[in-house]
Design a protein. Sequence first.
Length: 340
Amino acid sequence: MLLRIAVDAKNLLHDRRGIGVYLRALLSRFIELNDVAITLVVPGIYPWRWHDTFVRQIGQTGFSISRGVPPDANIVWHPWNGTFLSNKRCPSVATIHDVAPFAFPSNDDRERSKQQEPFLRSASAQRIVTDSLFSRDEIIRHLGVAPEKIDVVPLAADPRFTPGEPTSLPDELRGRRYVLAVGADDERKNLATLVAAYRAEFAADDVALVCVTNGTFPGAITFKDVGFDVLQSLYRGALAFAMPSRYEGFGIPPLEAMGCGTPVVASRASSLPEVCKDAAFYVDAFDDISAWQEALRRIVNDEPLRRHLRDAGQQNAQMFSWNRTAEQTLEVFRRAATGL
């Protein structure tokens, strides 16, 4: 049976963070299947003018574009951590990666309502897909969703994140030792704690701290909007990768680092132990600057530890696959379309 999926593609062209990576990875695999038809729903005037850009984003051509949900759609997929597309035609499936607006609510009533409302709308979907057991429990607690409506489908890293030479490393990092962090400049990513620990422990000419982020952190070398080749090289060239997050629904960057053979030091918080398993060096007191200072000192100076984490990380990364994520997600879609 041909499964016709209408996809809310409102942010597909602009989202370069984890949700955009997730959506592009799954769409590219769905489109290859003979029993699946994908329609990108892009509200607005003449969305078809973006066709070639969508092709470049997804790497596939076998999809259609519509301003609204087509009448023959079997399901509508809301992948954006909330429901933004109106649908009264057919069953809906919502992907909720985390419920950060509830875990870290805004103090402003209007802003808090604006951030939380899309999640509350998603709670009424026929089925909800989430990335981790941690996020499943958060959805149950904050949104009141029945556990039997939620399917846990882990994410993955791009299979091109593999060990190798850092051929596209920025000039200022060539020949230098550095620790890498990747994440947005917001409270739950906790980069400020990492930077403070680094500044307390190292001189800039000894070991650098490199952050791929949208913010600015004095004492760290920062890059914004890097392409795939540069990001891959940053992972490959790093002495270690640090993930200091307080709150993650999944956390793809540690898997990207592990795939490249880079040792990972991470917070023992939220979903990160699910993702990293026993292949990371954990910081229990993740908000403690001195704890991160000690962790950085250990990961930089202990070569046997790095070698162990490098081997364990590559094995762990191989346990996650976008093909498996796509297969399991598609099974959820088929169940929703048939009312199961």
